[in-house]
Design a protein around this ligand. Sequence first.
Ligand code: GRF
Length: 214
Amino acid sequence: MSCRTVVFISGRGSNLKALLANQRHFSVECVLSNREDAAGLMFADAQGIPTFTAPRDAFNSVREQKSALYKKTEELQPDLILLAGYMQIIDADFIHQYENRILNIHPSLLPAFPGLEPHRKAIESGAQDHGCTVHLVTPEVDSGPLLAQMSCEIRQEETEDSLASRVLELEHQLYPWVVNAIAGKELIYHADGRLESSDALKKEATERKITIAP
Ligand code: GRF
């Protein structure tokens, strides 16, 4: 049976598009957003994917707004929740409820440069490499167990924009690949923190220049 996912977005939605285009072992049941103007919602609509929005100004408090998103998610009973450019802190209670079943993509080689402006921080740090990471979500932002990464060189004369666009291309390869690997049970995160991957997946990762976390 296919793995049912929901995707949380707040903006552009290019990772959402990559996920929608690569649903092999998983399906996207709904796209949820805290912003009505998230461009990704229009794309999901056009693809016939159900959407749900809970914008802040439609509720008396952030707490009520978040509760609406959580309640909708619970109704959908997803196997996995995929954060794709979701720009709102998710409460610890909700994260614990879906422990090890919420994934996020972050545009840096975590644990380097968590939080905002990772590309600028990477260039300014003088690092030679940069990239993106798919990780499990824990209450501390961008700090959960790493699943896989893709990297690229930081070039001479690199700008934030040039680096961001190269990393984004990697993101679009990495995120669907990881979700398919988990959904297809070729990548398994065990409760004791061990990450198990099949030999076939390891081989494929090498071919695609993907690093599975140790
Ligand atoms: C991506 O860079 C993602 O890694 C980060 O937010 C950005 C979202 O972009 N978390 P998009 O909305 O998927 O185009």
